[in-house]
Design a protein around this ligand. Structure first.
Ligand code: SF4
Length: 261
C-alpha cells in the first residue's frame, strides 16, 4: 500500500462548508484492509468519538486535515479503476465519515457514475435522513460496533452506542450489505459475556455477511506522544492468542463468516 502526502493532491485552502470539497486526513492506494478487493481509501478528517485506543488521533480535529476537491478524488479513483478488479473500489474511512455526509453522497454518486464500488467505514455516530441518503449510495457499510454495553461504550469512546445500534437496524431494514467490525482490546472489549451479548444481538441480521475482529495494537502510540496527549492505553497489551481464539470461538457460534484480522 502507498500513502500519498496531502501536498501531492490539489489541496485547496477553502471554506469547510464548500460543498465541492472534502476535508481529508490522508489517502491510501492499493488498500486491502478496509473492504473487499483492492481499494483506494480516503481517510476523512474529524471525529466526535474519543476512543481510548484511537490509532489516528490526528484525524479527530474537525478543523485539521486539508480540503480537497471531490472531483479530484474521483479522477484519482478513475485512474486506479483497472486495479480494483471486480470486488474493489473506493472506501471512505476516518476520522468519522458521517460528519461530511452530504459531501460524501455527492462523492459516491460520482463514483457510481464511473462504475466504481463504494464502501463506508463508520462508527455509526449519526442516524439521520441525510445519513440514510448517503447509505443509498453505499454499496457496503463497514460498521464499527465498539461495545454492546452502553456504559462500557461510553467509557471507551465518550459516546453512547445508541445511534450506532439504530443505524445498524436501519441498514438491516434497507436490505443492503454490511460488515460489522469489533476491535478486541484486553480489559475493555474482551469480556466473554459482552462478546456473547454482541453476537446474539446481531445474529439474526440478514444483511451482515461478515464480522471482522480487529485485534488492538500499539501502532498509533507515537501519534499521541507527537500531539502531546496522554495515551490512556499505553500499558495495555495486544490480545493474546488465547483471547483472540476465545473471541473468534464465540463469534463463530453466531455468524458464518468471521474474520480475525
Ligand atoms: S471512531 Fe475511529 S477516529 Fe474516531 S476516535 Fe474512535 S478510533 Fe479514532
Amino acid at each position: 500500500m502507498l500513502y500519498f502526502p496531502l501536498q501531492d493532491i490539489d489541496a485547496a485552502k477553502l471554506n469547510i462548508n464548500d460543498p465541492e470539497h472534502l476535508r481529508i486526513h490522508s489517502l491510501e492506494t492499493f488498500g486491502t484492509q478496509d473492504g473487499p478487493g483492492i481499494r483506494m481509501v480516503v481517510f476523512v478528517q474529524g471525529c466526535q468519538f474519543r476512543c481510548l485506543y484511537c490509532h489516528n488521533p490526528d484525524s479527530i480535529d474537525v478543523k485539521g486535515g486539508s480540503l480537497v476537491e471531490i472531483t479530484e478524488l474521483v479522477k484519482r479513483a478513475v485512474r486506479e479503476k483497472n486495479y480494483f478488479g471486480t470486488e474493489g473500489g473506493v472506501t471512505v474511512s476516518g476520522g468519522e465519515p458521517l460528519l461530511q455526509r452530504s459531501k460524501l453522497t455527492s462523492f459516491f454518486k460520482l463514483l457510481h457514475q464511473q462504475g466504481i464500488n463504494t464502501c463506508l467505514d463508520s462508527n455509526g455516530r449519526l442516524n439521520t435522513p441525510e445519513v440514510h441518503h448517503l447509505l443509498e449510495y453505499t454499496d457496503l457499510l463497514l460498521l464499527d460496533v465498539k461495545h454492546i454495553d452502553n456504559e462500557w461504550h461510553l467509557k471507551l469512546t465518550g459516546q453512547s452506542n445508541k445511534n450506532t445500534l439504530d443505524l445498524a437496524a436501519y441498514r438491516e431494514q434497507s436490505g443492503k450489505r454490511m460488515w460489522l467490525r469489533y476491535v478486541l482490546v484486553p480489559g475493555w472489549t474482551d469480556q466473554p459475556e459482552y462478546i456473547e451479548q454482541w453476537a446474539r444481538y446481531f445474529t439474526n441480521y440478514k444483511t451482515v455477511d461478515r464480522v471482522e475482529i480487529i485485534p488492538f495494537h500499539q501502532l498509533g502510540m507515537h501519534k499521541w506522544a507527537m500531539m502531546g496527549m496522554e495515551y490512556p492505553l499505553r500499558n495495555t497489551p495486544t490480545p493474546s492468542v488465547e483471547i483472540k481464539q476465545m473471541a473468534k470461538g464465540i463469534f463463530d457460534r453466531y455468524f458464518e463468516n468471521v474474520v480475525l484480522k
